[in-house]
Design a protein around this ligand. Structure first.
Ligand SMILES: [Zn+2]
Length: 257
């Protein structure tokens, strides 16, 4: 049986950071999207990544020491976070059944508070690392983002969420302990939501990695895995690529984007 789903992409505001955080050795800065995805599956509404925490629309205190590296642009009326974005597209955030997290960094898990009834799907290695002292100390992981009492389904490795091939988690660790990407078969074609294993198209085409990350060898493996997905016919959606996001905003989510 082949189930094809409908998917929409949003961005919870934007952030501006040194470009060298994304592409080692580069200078200048990058203003980039913070993507979240809504997927209509016959068994329920699925969201991939939750984006920024709503408090960041009111001030940057929540970022702590990270605020020198990440400048947040999020509408102060609160309209830019995952809950209101879903509502504006006709979805009820309270009805989100599953929230698949690529990983637990603050720009991916922050909006969980607006999806109170969703079950989290996360790699067990990522969940086990959620209180990692260095990551919490640096602000990369903020336990207040994800320790909210959601049901949590920990998975290990690749996982076909509905056992019908429509939404498949792909282990692409290296950026973090249990980072994952998500392959989605839609009416418009097959997409892979890379997450942060592949920040930008340049990460893929030049294997140009960021300076940071948990395991450089595994990061290279993950980028190569994304390249194989592309050779197999999937359209890759990069983690924080402003040029690609602008194209998706103007032309919609179509194959080859
Ligand atoms: Zn990110």
């Amino acid at each position: 049986m082949s189930v094809l789903v409908k998917m929409e992409m949003f961005s919870t505001g934007t952030m501006t950071s040194p470009l060298g955080l994304f592409l080692e050795g580069e200078t200048g800065s990058l203003t980039y999207p913070i993507p979240v995805f809504a997927i209509e599956h016959p068994e329920g509404l699925v969201v991939v990544d939750a984006g920024l925490h709503p408090d960041l629309a009111r001030g940057k205190e929540r970022l702590g020491d990270l605020d020198s590296m990440f400048q947040v642009q999020l509408p102060s009326d609160g309209s830019g976070t995952v809950g209101p974005l879903l509502s504006s597209s006709g979805y009820d955030p309270n009805q989100v059944a599953l929230i698949i997290l690529t990983h637990l960094h603050f720009d991916h898990a922050g909006g969980l508070i607006q999806l109170p009834n969703a079950r989290i799907i996360v790699q067990s290695k990522e969940w086990e690392a959620r209180h990692d002292e260095a990551a919490v100390e640096s602000g990369a992981y903020n336990p207040n983002d994800f320790d909210l009492g959601h049901d949590c389904q920990e998975i290990e490795g690749d996982y076909d969420v509905f056992d019908d091939g429509s939404i498949t988690c792909l282990l692409t660790d290296g950026h973090t302990a249990g980072h994952q990407s998500v392959r989605v078969r839609t009416v418009e074609g097959t997409f892979v939501i890379c997450g942060d294993c592949c920040y930008l198209r340049k990460t893929l085409t030049n294997e140009h990695l960021p300076p940071s990350g948990l395991d450089r060898r595994r990061q290279v493996e993950a980028v190569r895995r994304m390249a194989r997905e592309q050779s197999d016919g999937a359209s890759l959606i990069f983690g924080h690529d402003p040029e690609q996001y602008a194209r998706i905003t103007s032309h919609g989510l179509s194959a080859g984007v």
